[in-house]
Design a protein around this ligand. Sequence first.
Ligand code: FAD
Length: 607
Amino acid sequence: AITPPTLDSEYDIIFAGGGTTASIIAGQLSSNAPDLKILILEAGPTTRERIEHIQPGRYFTHMEPFSNTEQFTASKPSDYVAGRSVVIPSGRCVGGGSSVNFMLYNRPSASDFDDWVTEFGNSGWSSEDLIPLLEMSETYEVNPQGNNHGSSGPLHVSFGGKSFELAQEFLDIGPQVEKNRPLSDEGNDFTEASLNVDWVRWTSLRRCGSISASKHHYLYPQENNSNLVISTGSRVVRLVLSEENEGITATGVEFIYDKHVFPDYPTTTQSITAKKMVILSAGAMGTPLILERSGIGAQEVLHQANIHQVVDLPGVGSSYQGIELLLTPYTTDTETFDPLFRNNATIWAEALRQWDIDRTGFMAANGVDAAIKIRPTEAELQEIGIEFTERWNDFYANKPDKPLFWLSALAGLPADQSGLPILNFMSGGCFLGYPESMGSLHVSSDDPYAPPNFDTGFLSKQSDVAALRWGYKKGREILRRMPGFRGAFVPAHPQFPEGSSAALNETGPVSLDAPNVVYSPEDDEAIDIYIRKFVGTSWHSLGTAPMKALKEGGVVDDQLNVYGVKALKIADLSIPPSNLNANMYSTTIAIAQKAYLIIAKELRIIV
Ligand SMILES: Cc1cc2nc3c(=O)[nH]c(=O)nc-3n(C[C@H](O)[C@H](O)[C@H](O)COP(=O)(O)OP(=O)(O)OC[C@H]3O[C@@H](n4cnc5c(N)ncnc54)[C@H](O)[C@@H]3O)c2cc1C
């Protein structure tokens, strides 16, 4: 049986959560200050040398219902999403999200970071501060000499070991359908001139056909330093706070051994002292809950959960942001990832054999090889309609590097396919990067296993529905022209009224110059109903402890200090004060590197 490590009673620094951000910070602290005693308390299991965290093609297995490496947080049912409860997965293992994610690589627009400075007053967090840190972390194998990428960092980026025909079709057909959006091979260049023109081949954080994740490049190489302890299966319940004349200080944490990792182990609470600081790094879905269980949060929330308030901080958990994703399945006769999603034993065996031979094939791929970040033209804004006008004017109009979506054609349907016919799917992916809707995440009690009071907020603003409606139409126009297209998978599309010109009766590709589908107001209504029934998460959660002024609902300042508590910082994806139109691993790396600099300076490890 696995037993937990024996821990000392005090450390210099304690990390609550051992995910993406903690791995990068703790690994560098340990490397550059080997005498610093560091403890990482991670709720989930180890990932060291585990094949499911090395072979890229296994990424979807972490999302299976009884997965021990992901946490699934269910939102309360909402009429905005047709009465459904949306389930949000997040990483629960060493390396967190970086150990289980889909490995899509792309970074936000410069203005996404710059907003944190200009709109939220955080000094030192502009794109000019953060993008060099991001580039320093990566080696872009695709074009090591290219601008906008790094060439000598530990995290490797490549196209992976297999790309699908559908990706090439998307790259061939897209620019012909959308003649004003030419082909480019640079997905990270969001200058005003080139934004909106990239049909990019998507790249993944992989090296030699293996996942290139933060724990294997930053954290585990330091494990032989006896001053760094990674305690897995260790769930932080709350902070230990001491109240003295000068205010409140975080002096340690209380934790229990996690029931998923150590089912037979006693659940007595243990307390450990942090001599220098506690760093909350439990991710957007974990950090606000630890704060609230510690009595740091809004009075009303804590009162309802029967928790005594210690620090009044109303911003905790009150601005959950997710990225809404509409994944619309069509069918194809080309090769897709679906046999693996369906657990086809023969294809699995072949994929494993191929990976053993040369690190190629399905096991070195994820089926998402190409995409475009797209910003509507004036004419297209008219198509989206007046429900979106105010949002456009307020948020996008003066920020010309902000795309509305990324659009893609995924080779497969990454979902539970039990009950579905055996088909090859191509999914139109429409990823709404800056939804106007926001939700909240709060504790329901002081029990660390109690499901939280969670509202994704998805589609609570009609502007998001209008944007996704246009995304559905735009994606359909591209996909129906791709040679591999074999029609829509009708049960997972809008139910258009009888006789509609938008009916889904095509069974093969239409010609490039075929007229676009025409939608009536009734068709638009059918699309809206469909969006509410089917919209889901893109697995990106953030903003639950935002870095902004206290009076505006902020939880940390720009040095990552929690307002009202000494010796307590937050470093993870709960700190972005506003959303970013990109898959979040890049942003997380930037936050981690910036946090490392802040902490290392404060501890005088660097000047
Ligand atoms: C399924 C999935 C797919 C994704 N795909 C992509 C992608 O393709 N490309 C991309 O760029 N990004 C992707 N992401 C997003 C990205 O990986 C995450 O946003 C990022 O890893 C978040 O990092 P973090 O440090 O904020 O939190 P995490 O990495 O999630 O780390 C938080 C850690 O804290 C631990 N924890 C939580 N509560 C406690 C507690 N009470 N006590 C102790 N430990 C605790 C958790 O177990 C977890 O390990 C994906 C994420 C998921 C979940």
